[in-house]
Design a protein around this ligand. Structure first.
Ligand code: MN
Length: 198
């Protein structure tokens, strides 16, 4: 069973005007598809073929760099699509709201710290909200690394992530990563983030 490109549960235009349809289409059908294809090629016939992606990522230090880059790419994008959606935005509720307040002081402070993690990631990578034991932490990773990898500085379960590669925003925002990160809050599916916290 090779890995496959997941279907989005919304249209490419669903996140307009915050994330444009053309960016979504290229990001999903070209970038993500390439990670899937390259991951399958890198694993084919080897010891880790047909293993769950989480197990592969937890052992990534023992695997070739092509698996690190493309396995991370496949996992990160599969997650990213689910963390956004039609009628996104607003504010988190319930346990998630409580956890953000407890760990970061307030929702506003959390947003500031998370956006800062994205802004200060030099070059390509991701910013994350990570469940690490009973704590929530904010981190960023280079390239397609993520908190599930055994090489990550901050290890845990990613419950929110934002792609800060230029391919995620350049068509609409060009060099203005700050505007893209500000717009991201309008499309976050907090229900999904809350499920991942549980
Ligand atoms: Mn991407």
């Amino acid at each position: 069973m090779a890995f496959e490109l997941p279907t989005l549960n919304y249209d490419y235009a669903a996140l307009e005007p915050h994330i444009d349809a053309r960016t979504m289409e290229i990001h999903h059908t070209k970038h993500h598809q390439a990670y899937v294809n390259n991951l399958n090629n890198a694993l084919a016939g080897g010891e880790w073929d047909n293993k769950p992606i989480e197990d592969i990522l937890a052992n990534i230090s023992k695997l070739p760099v092509a698996v690190r880059n493309n396995g991370g790419g496949h996992y990160n994008h599969s997650l990213f699509w689910k963390l956004m959606g039609l009628n996104g935005g607003g504010t988190p509720a319930g346990d998630l709201s409580d956890a953000l307040n407890r760990n970061f002081g307030s929702f506003e402070k959390f947003k500031e710290l998370f956006a800062n993690a994205g802004m200060t990631r030099f070059g390509s990578g991701w910013a994350w909200l990570v469940k690490a034991g009973q704590e929530l932490k904010i981190s960023s990773t280079p390239n397609q690394d993520n908190p599930l990898m055994d090489i990550a500085d901050v290890k845990g379960i990613p419950i929110l992530g934002v792609d800060v590669w230029e391919h995620a925003y350049y068509l609409k925002y060009q060099n203005r990563r700050n505007e893209y990160l500000a717009a991201f809050w309008n499309v976050v599916n907090w229900t999904e983030v809350g499920k991942r916290l549980k």
